[in-house]
Design a protein around this ligand. Structure first.
Ligand SMILES: Nc1nc2c(ncn2[C@@H]2O[C@H](COP(=O)(O)OP(=O)(O)OP(=O)(O)O)[C@@H](O)[C@H]2O)c(=O)[nH]1
Length: 235
């Protein structure tokens, strides 16, 4: 993976590189970052796009956008991070927009705040209600690892790992503040890699499907019922 460029609050499709040359990007991936207020969504996305912990943060109102251009196996992928407001009163009017054309989901909770872990099913349910399929790569992030001291936190981490496993999500224990920025990077880089390989598979599947169609073999699809069942099982 190579970092090509990063930018903040910029949704423009035609970004330029630091040298002034236009960077040709074949693909933009919309990643939504969701979870309770104050769990560190802004700090994580800022850390990934800007390489540092922000000196000051305020509650997100609606949604903030940050972008970073990655190069994965020779392909430039623009990671467009939608940092959504955790507070209900700041989300209401924007909610429909978050869930349109999503390529990846990052659920975040705060290891020092058990309620933010208990509320994860609500965030998952909101995704399901907005018809986000299980084929969309998802990650579960346990943030503020630099503050882990108590046994309660350790128990929460074990439970969170289990939750991630049950739901086929990658699990990350991170600190947006700590010295190991690569932990934060790996959340988004792994998503980009999964999206890249998923696309390769879907191209292969399409070829297979076209071939099988000519022999009248029906393609396998995940039914809405199957999808609902898997989302419904939270812990
Ligand atoms: N110690 C520590 N503090 C953190 C970390 N991440 C975020 N914080 C602090 O947690 C508070 C909330 O961080 P934000 O990134 O604004 O949280 P948010 O989830 O974006 O909150 P909303 O915008 O209200 O949804 C801030 O005071 C941050 O400085 C972390 O990894 N470690």
């Amino acid at each position: 993976m190579t970092l090509v460029e990063s930018s903040k609050h910029n949704l423009s499709e035609s970004s330029g590189s630091s040298t002034g040359n236009p960077v040709r990007c074949r693909r933009t991936c919309k990643i939504i970052v969701i979870g309770d207020a104050g769990v560190g969504k802004t700090c994580l996305t800022h850390r990934f796009c800007n390489g540092q912990f922000p000196s000051r943060t305020e509650a997100t109102i609606g949604v903030d956008f940050r972008e970073k251009l990655l190069e994965i196996e020779g392909e430039k992928i623009k990671m467009q991070l939608w940092d959504t407001a955790g507070q209900e009163r700041f989300r209401k009017s924007m909610v429909q927009h978050y869930y349109r054309n999503v390529h990846g989901i990052v659920f975040v909770f705060d290891v020092t705040n058990p309620t933010s872990f208990c509320n994860l099913p609500l965030w998952m349910d909101e995704c399901r209600q907005h018809s986000l399929g299980l084929d969309i790569p998802r990650a579960l992030v346990c943030n503020k690892a630099d503050l882990v001291t108590s046994t309660t936190a350790s128990v929460l981490i074990v439970q969170a790992r289990h939750l991630a496993e049950v739901h086929g999500m990658s699990f990350y224990l991170t600190s947006a503040k700590g010295p190991k920025g690569d932990q934060v990077d790996s959340i988004f880089v792994t998503l980009a890699q999964r999206l890249k390989s998923q696309r390769r598979e879907s191209v292969n599947e399409c070829v297979l499907h076209c071939r099988s169609e000519s022999f009248n073999i029906p393609a396998r699809v995940i039914t809405a019922q199957e999808s609902k069942k898997k989302w419904a099982c939270i812990c």
